[in-house]
Design a protein around this ligand. Structure first.
Ligand code: EPZ
Length: 425
């Protein structure tokens, strides 16, 4: 397993380019299942999560190919094995989003129940409730979810998709994709409003679906008989963009972040400005600068358009150096705090009280060996390592490679000093 050796402190300056969104790419790859034929998806990043999901699509019967310019071609002409094996699902919970499209296309699907992960339980009860509302018969068999459409196919219905933590992103994706081929009209109330869901809906409409209310918590879908293969470019990755914004802020640097849509990131920009970071719109993205001290701020994560849970760990690293105390409340994944113990090893002063963390700002962080645990917590450790005094060693960087492409190369181009060392296995 590779490790990162990170020299600090550094000050980042220059231009970084944001890749296509991992969390838009995954459901859009699944949407290709709905239409027999060759779809081409552009700007799909080269990430381990993407390649694992690609393996799953191949298991279903699809053929995948990357063209030299990076376009991902998915030939879903043949879907002859509607089963998502545990071995893949346990590695990538987002595999659950084949449920809706395979059910709608094939009439039957088996997907391993995703287990828990570092950020907490990953229940799928709302996914299953939504598909059952469309007429699917669902039961559990040896840890697998088995869903079967009625003989006459799925039927549209008014469905409430809210849960104890608000909306569900992939639950909305599953039911939305299934509803495109259901008979009649479906209303999804309390739909996720994440930009990645809007991107999926726009892609589905380009395939011939009839979806309105895109971007709102109420999606209305008129079922159609068939969808067509599509050529589609995914949106930029707002979580990667937000991670770069924090990288500029935590190192009191200046980064021009290209290919980022500030319109999708208003809650993030609001908190950065509250912390004393300058964010200015610039051609194709923004320029992020931090000159003065880091001001303490309160952050509560919520479904979009609220503050994204996927940036909570990164902002906690930033606030650990604030002049004063901050409060971070995690309302989406209340256990998403694997980074606390590791940041405290670097002399941060973080105290967890249930889903709330009191962040007592310290003057500096001190380098230490730390353990990556989940994708975004690992990114927070890299950010902290760039500003800590000394050499920070981050173990298990495969967690980072799941969601950030060659992150050390891209940060080194703007002043970081990160070396990737293949650990003797
Ligand atoms: C998506 O996961 C993202 N993953 C996550 O990003 C992101 O953190 C999450 O949305 C929230 O924004 C992808 O898009 C691939 P949810 P998802 O269903 O859809 C509860 C990353 O770092 N819930 O919106 O699985 C659930 O427990 C990843 O890129 C139910 O109770 O998340 C959680 O508390 C990590 N029942 C809340 O809802 C359900 O049936 C939100 O989860 C489904 C979810």
């Amino acid at each position: 397993m590779d490790i990162f050796r990170i020299e600090g402190p550094v000050r980042l300056s220059g231009t970084v380019n944001v890749n296509g969104s991992k969390n838009a790419s995954l459901p859009i790859m699944a949407a290709a299942i709905l239409a027999a034929g060759k779809s081409v998806i552009k700007s799909v990043p080269y990430l381990s999560d993407i390649s694992v999901f690609g393996q799953l699509l191949c298991q279903l019967g699809c053929e995948l190919d990357r063209s030299p310019n990076g376009d991902l071609c998915i030939d879903s002409d043949v879907i002859d094995n509607p089963i998502g094996e545990y071995d893949i699902v346990r590695r990538m919970r987002a595999s659950i989003c084949i449920l809706g499209p395979v059910l709608a296309r094939y009439g039957r699907v088996e997907v391993s129940m995703p287990g828990g992960c570092a950020i907490g339980d990953r229940p799928v009860d709302i996914h299953l409730r939504g598909l059952a509302e469309l007429g699917a018969k669902i039961h559990l068999k040896n840890g697998n979810i088995v869903a079967e459409a009625p003989r006459g196919g799925l039927k549209g219905k008014d469905i409430f998709m809210g849960g104890p933590f608000g909306s569900t992103v992939l639950g909305t994706a599953n039911v939305l994709m299934a509803a495109t081929l259901a008979k009649g009209k479906t209303v999804i109330e309390s739909a996720a409003c994440e930009p990645e869901i809007s991107d999926l809906a726009n892609c589905l409409n380009k395939m011939g679906a009839k979806i309105t209310g895109i971007g709102s918590p109420r999606l209305i879908i008129e079922g159609v008989k068939q969808l067509q293969p599509v050529e589609y470019q995914v949106i930029p990755d707002r979580i990667e963009a937000g991670t770069f914004m924090v990288a500029a802020a935590i190192t009191s640097g200046k980064l021009h972040i290209q290919n980022c849509r500030l319109d999708d990131m208003m809650a993030v920009v609001d908190r950065l400005r509250n912390i004393g970071v300058t964010v200015e719109a610039a051609e194709g993205g923004c320029v992020v600068t931090r000159k003065g001290s880091i001001k303490p701020a309160d952050i509560t994560t919520q479904p979009h358009p609220g503050f994204p849970t996927d940036l909570q760990a990164q902002f906690m690293a930033l606030l650990s150096l604030a002049k004063g105390n901050s409060i971070v409340i995690e309302k989406v994944f209340p256990d998403r705090f694997m980074h606390i113990a590791e940041l405290n090893r670097m002399a941060a002063n973080l105290r967890k009280e249930g889903p709330t963390v009191i962040v007592a700002g310290v003057k500096k962080l001190i380098a230490a060996p730390v353990m990556a645990s989940d994708l975004r917590a690992s990114a927070a450790l890299v950010l902290a390592g760039m500003v800590a005094q000394g050499t920070t060693v981050v173990n298990r960087v495969y967690h980072i490679d799941r969601g950030y492409e060659r992150i050390e190369e891209r940060l080194n181009l703007v002043g970081a000093k990160i070396s990737r060392v293949a650990e003797a296995s």
